[in-house]
Ligand binder design. Structure first.
Ligand code: ZN
Length: 357
């Protein structure tokens, strides 16, 4: 996740701040896993006979391109632009500001977009094997660009009322995995190369509510449009489905599109689950911002706090319903000395001494 913002104060999180919080990013990862795994008990669940679990999961990178530990989030202050324009090659500019090799990582640039764009994604290449995909595409701009006002789930600066449940990114990554809008783009009643999505007249006029519409394509009579489908333009709250055909196409892209296939084989495993709370802080002593590995059972809400030896709280970051996570702790501006890193869940506390040099 590359956060590209225009906030000169470099503060993280809070209202109307493009330099969004780690918690907002974590909430987006959760939404992706609920939606792509059709997780029971979440908004991503459905019981539709044509709905399917994509069997694809997402996590923040734990190693950067140099093999160093990372929380998978990079932050970049860019003074020259308040908003990026995806219609005038700003994807190239964003790639120059931040980029990790797109055959090892899914790059997501979170920024501010011009002209009410929610997101923009480059399709995967699939020469001669899958219909409707390009034979070549720029390796440097491969990924998704998302406006921070429609990124994550109702935390931080998500402000677009119809798009505050994180489904913009679910939709955009569908494109990254080769899915085409069900109306086939280019005017409607066109092919998305997926057999179980009904032909759709035109979905490019975004709906303002969960209002059912119907299409009559090629004189075949009224057919219900799949407003539950993530690849349509209904509001976030209406959606809960990838179809089995869309899942088959995404999984084919993961096999057949060369860069996507390579991402799957890149060694950067997620932090594992543990029975009890485990916390590692390193390097220690720290000469720059140290890394905190928080490992726990399942998903939990927890805080990562920094105290001085007098017991004053200097930093705090909260996570909601989050799995094992790697956190970067900011120690800039702190005097040399001993500090305490404390991680607190609903039922456990772990404290570690940290020497800042
Ligand atoms: Zn789209």
């Amino acid at each position: 996740m590359h956060v590209v913002h225009n906030n000169a104060s470099l503060t993280v999180g809070g209202a109307n701040n493009g330099n969004i919080s780690d918690a907002q990013i974590q909430s987006q990862i959760q939404v992706l896993n609920e939606d792509y795994r059709r997780q029971a008990g979440t908004r991503g669940y459905n019981t539709s006979p044509i709905g399917a679990d994509a069997g694809i999961e997402f996590y923040l990178a734990t190693a950067d391109p140099n093999g160093q530990a990372t929380n998978g989030i990079t932050r970049h202050y860019y003074a020259a632009k308040a908003a990026f324009d995806v219609n005038t090659n700003d994807d190239v500019l964003l790639s120059q500001i931040a980029y990790w090799p797109s055959d090892q990582y899914l790059n997501i640039w979170v920024t501010t977009l011009k002209d009410d764009y929610l997101g923009y994604t480059q399709f995967p290449t699939a020469a001669d094997t899958l219909k409707g995909l390009p034979t070549s595409a720029n390796v440097l701009t491969d990924g998704s660009i998302i406006d921070h006002r429609s990124f994550g789930r109702q935390t931080g600066t998500v402000t677009r009322s119809l798009y505050l449940l994180g489904r913009t990114v679910t939709h955009e990554i569908g494109h990254w995995l080769g899915l085409i809008h069900p109306w086939g783009d280019g005017g409607g009643c066109n092919e998305d190369y997926v057999a179980d999505t009904p032909l759709m007249a035109d979905g490019s006029n975004a709906q303002q509510s969960c209002k059912q519409t119907y299409s009559n394509c090629n004189g075949k009579g009224q057919v219900r449009d799949l407003m539950e489908n993530y690849m349509n333009y209904w509001p976030d709250a209406c959606m809960n489905m990838f179809t089995a055909g869309q899942v088959a196409r995404m999984r084919a892209v993961l096999k057949l599109s060369p860069r996507r296939a390579k991402v799957l084989t890149t060694e950067s495993t997620p932090l594992g689950e543990t029975e009890t709370l485990q916390v590692k802080v390193y390097p220690n002593p720290a000469t720059a911002d140290p890394t905190v590995d928080v490992q726990l059972k399942g998903n939990q809400s927890f805080s990562v706090d920094l105290y001085d030896t007098a017991g004053r709280q200097l930093r705090t970051t909260s996570f909601t319903n989050t799995p094992s996570t790697r956190v970067t702790l900011s120690v800039s501006g702190l005097p040399t000395g001993v500090y305490i890193v404390r991680v607190k869940t609903g039922s456990e506390i772990a404290s570690k001494r940290l020497l800042v040099q």
